[in-house]
Design a protein. Structure first.
Length: 115
């Protein structure tokens, strides 16, 4: 199982970014996918989830209405569209899946929201 995130960067408050996570090594379309983030000095926190078909999505209260998780099973990729970004969204963002009862994480991509 391999997960590779990309799309991070530096953006001004109020701006947008789209993160991508490319998956390989398992049957992507059969598994839920998750985005987490970890800010400096803080614990890693859950951000959003999406079911295997993409029919169900869930969000942390802190990002609800601003972030959208989606997936393209033909491309084995999950996305996180982030709008109306705030300085407190600054963190390393990770995608995750659970395969055969084990969690697999990507290497993370840095998102910095700063003027």
């Amino acid at each position: 199982v391999q997960l590779v995130e990309f799309g991070g960067g530096v953006v001004q408050p109020g701006g947008s970014l789209r993160l991508s996570c490319a998956a390989s090594g398992f049957t992507f379309s059969s598994y839920a996918m998750y985005w987490y983030r970890q800010a400096p000095g803080k614990e890693r926190e859950w951000v959003a989830s999406i079911s295997d078909t993409g029919g169900s999505t869930y969000y942390a209260d802190s990002v609800k209405g601003r972030f959208t998780i989606s997936r393209d099973n033909a491309k084995n990729t999950v996305y996180l569209q982030m709008n109306s970004l705030k300085p407190e969204d600054t963190a390393v963002y990770y995608c995750k899946t659970t395969w055969r009862s084990r969690d697999y994480w990507g290497q993370g991509t840095q998102v910095t929201v700063s003027s």
